[in-house]
Design a protein around this ligand. Structure first.
Ligand SMILES: *[C@@H]1O[C@H](CO)[C@@H](O)[C@H](O)[C@H]1NC(C)=O
Ligand SMILES: *[C@@H]1O[C@H](CO)[C@@H](O)[C@H](O)[C@H]1NC(C)=O
Ligand SMILES: *[C@@H]1O[C@H](CO)[C@@H](O)[C@H](O)[C@H]1NC(C)=O
Length: 360
């Protein structure tokens, strides 16, 4: 700049050298400024698009929410409940208050899932139509980072908190062999089969959401499982990776048995199974097809709407349990991701329940 001004003064403005020199001095600064401006502009544009998308998803009703029509009936203790078909639940569930025979349980391996468990608890209170004789239990592991405040939050959402022994994973289930390190402590799920004080338990991963009546699992499916001598009921895993060949361990109807638990513990250390999905691989190898198949309405995985449209269309109006696989409800841009996967209605329901105040 100074050079150009100088040349103006001295009348050498058209001298070639002066321009070359000036350009050499100015070019890097101009380039950097220009690049910054363009970069900033693109960032702004991207933010506007993303924010616009979020607002659109939130404010514009793309479809009538599937759940708007469902009545919100918070769990009301001491009264006969009715399942979705309007039939009364078997009396031994409704009135078995002296002996708590059934439970819905989830496992928190770290406190980072407290929020999810809280929303799951509310969804059970609002949609499950389970009688109060069914316990709701959050299992935590010894030396857990779950705090007293967390326990308070969980109990407001209907949960009791119980510590179970941590089952040590065998050496071959380690951070270099599993798909995600967070799967390793899930081996403790096997303890469910040891909890014989219950006749039946419904295990739910904390990233599931109950959206409809599930009492029939205890009143109809569990007795059928027992009749056939089966200890586990679950839903097929869908998606490119699994192609319905194996089952998903995120929702499990368990008939506890000390004998089965003993065999499972031996299998954990000596059996042959796929370790990348930790306990899920183990349970699939152990039970194989000697288990009870529940239909996809009881564990709708995030991938189903995009990867198996026919299946999704046939069950979407009667989904009882939705399972946020792949990404969690607490992750950023949750609704945008849900929209991409076609699970937007379920995710919005998660957010609605999160904001809901419940009294137990
Ligand atoms: C993890 O498991 C693999 C396969 O069994 C084994 O080779 C490896 O040594 C294990 N790593 C650790 C750190 O235990
Ligand atoms: C299994 O349950 C029994 C009580 O029924 C208990 O004594 C034992 O410690 C449990 N085992 C494990 C590994 O949880
Ligand atoms: C979709 O689901 C149906 C019902 O479970 C199954 O028969 C079919 O094979 C699935 N299709 C694909 C592509 O996975």
């Amino acid at each position: 700049m100074v050079k150009i001004l100088q040349s103006l003064v001295t009348g050498q403005i058209f001298a070639k050298e002066t321009w070359k020199e000036a350009a050499a001095v100015a070019a890097p600064t101009v380039n950097v400024t220009l690049r910054r401006a363009v970069h900033g502009f693109y960032q702004l544009l991207l933010s506007i698009i993303v924010l616009g998308l979020i607002c659109a998803l939130d404010l514009v009703s793309w479809s009538e929410s599937i759940y708007d029509s469902r009545r919100h009936i918070p769990r009301h203790c001491g009264r006969m409940q009715h399942d979705r078909e309007g039939k009364g639940i078997l009396p031994d569930i409704a009135y078995g208050r002296e002996r708590r025979r059934y439970a819905v349980v989830t496992l928190l391996t770290t406190s980072s899932y407290v929020k999810q468990a809280e929303v799951l608890g509310k969804s059970l209170l609002v949609y499950s139509h389970l009688p109060c004789s069914v316990d709701m239990v959050v299992l935590i592991l010894p030396r857990s980072d779950v705090t007293h405040q967390d326990v308070e939050l969980l109990s407001q959402a209907g949960w009791m908190v119980e510590t179970i022994p941590r089952l040590a994973a065998p050496e071959r289930i380690n951070s270099s062999t599993v798909k995600h390190a967070r799967y390793i402590p899930l081996v403790s799920k096997l303890v469910l089969f040891n909890m014989t004080r219950y006749d039946g338990m419904l295990y739910l991963d904390s990233d599931t959401l109950v959206l409809g009546g599930i009492a029939e699992l205890f009143s109809r499916h569990l007795p059928e499982m027992r009749r056939r001598g089966l200890n586990l009921g679950w839903v097929r895993d869908q998606g490119e990776q699994f192609r319905a060949r194996s089952f998903n361990a995120g929702v499990m109807l368990v008939a506890p048995s000390k004998r089965v638990f003993g065999r499972l513990m031996r299998f954990l250390h000596e059996g042959a199974f796929e370790v990348s999905f930790a306990e899920q691989g183990l349970l699939n190898a152990f039970f194989g097809h000697h288990s009870y198949e529940l239909d996809q309405r009881f564990n709708l995985l995030t991938t189903v709407p995009r990867e198996n449209r026919t299946l999704y269309e046939s069950i979407k109006h009667d989904v009882r349990i939705f399972h946020s696989t792949y990404f969690k409800p607490t992750c950023s841009f949750y609704l945008v991701r849900c929209f991409w996967h076609g699970t937007h209605d379920f995710c919005r329901e998660w957010q609605r329940l999160e904001a809901l105040q419940v009294k137990v």
